[in-house]
Design a protein around this ligand. Structure first.
Ligand SMILES: NC(=O)c1ccc[n+]([C@@H]2O[C@H](COP(=O)([O-])OP(=O)(O)OC[C@H]3O[C@@H](n4cnc5c(N)ncnc54)[C@H](O)[C@@H]3O)[C@@H](O)[C@H]2O)c1
Length: 258
């Protein structure tokens, strides 16, 4: 039984209408937080919020300055404070250096890299004005600490998220605000479905090579959204009060070997 350790706190989770963000939102709500389910897909966000006591859905496009500012205004007006910001929203993009254009690169970075920066800037006044237990958790990726073929904009953005985490932890420690990142490995969400609709990442030869042939996933399975939500909750909890500037790889052990 949860001891509702986040009672009285407001948590904003971007990209919370499905997948990892939804699982994080559910876990934070279970622990007592009032959760803002913020997503570009308002209908899906509303469907999630309707199942969580105290939760509210809100539209946001994290690639748009005015939209992110409007979300912060909404949260400020509704709750007056924001203790927890989870920068989770992103898109998958599998483009290599030989096919990439600068326009495409900038578009992906505007969402996957600048989106977290934009949201952090917009919410910082509300977070600074809040009470105890102020937390920012950025969702990075194993692809932000390792390379992979055909993933230049995505990996570059996630690598930036990793060091953005450390950089703002250095700035915000003086306020007692902790900033950490969780870097997931292979998690079974809609993002893991191939963009051309031809199937699932887990059915591809390269995944089977990692998963079956070389046993790179030490735990022998893809992760679930819940596997990420638990570590994110830990970083938001009082147990993690002295943890900041850290990157927690939650990848079934992929990064532990070579
Ligand atoms: N699934 C994986 O294997 C995996 C691995 C490593 C990292 N991640 C990271 O985890 C996070 C969540 O991924 P997921 O697998 O749940 O993906 P997903 O595609 O299932 O969900 C992403 C959510 O973000 C929302 N979104 C997309 N663009 C947005 C925008 N511009 N503004 C607001 N919301 C937007 C979508 O509507 C969706 O609800 C992402 O940061 C992703 O990069 C995922």
């Amino acid at each position: 039984m949860s001891d509702q350790r986040l009672s009285g706190k407001t948590a904003v989770v971007t990209g919370a209408a499905r997948g990892i963000g939804e699982a994080i939102a559910r876990r934070l709500a279970q622990e007592g937080a009032a959760v803002v389910i913020a997503d570009i897909d308002l209908a899906e966000a509303q469907a999630v919020a309707a199942t969580l006591p105290g939760a509210v859905a809100a539209h946001v496009d994290i690639a748009n300055d005015a939209s992110v500012a409007a979300l912060a205004d909404f949260v400020g007006g509704r709750f007056g404070h924001c203790e927890i910001l989870i920068n989770n929203a992103a898109i998958l993009d599998m483009t290599g250096i030989e096919t990439m254009t600068m326009a495409h690169y900038r578009k992906v970075l505007d969402i996957n890299q600048d989106g977290a920066v934009r949201a952090t800037l917009a919410f910082l006044p509300l977070i600074k004005a809040a009470g105890e237990g102020r937390r920012i958790v950025n969702i990075a990726s194993i692809m932000g600490v390792r390379g992979q073929p055909d993933a230049v904009p995505y990996s570059t953005a996630k690598g930036a998220i990793v060091n953005f985490t450390r950089a703002i932890a250095a700035d915000l420690g003086r306020y007692g605000i902790t900033v950490n990142a969780v870097a997931p490995g292979f998690i079974d969400t809609r993002m893991a479905h191939l963009p051309d609709g031809s199937g699932h990442e887990h059915d591809t030869d390269w995944f089977k090579d990692i998963y079956l042939k070389y046993g790179r996933i030490l735990l022998g399975r893809a992760g679930t959204p819940g596997d990420i939500a638990g570590p994110v909750y830990f970083l938001c909890s009082t147990d993690a009060a002295y943890v900041t500037g850290q990157i927690l790889l939650v990848d079934g052990g992929v990064s532990a070997t070579f």
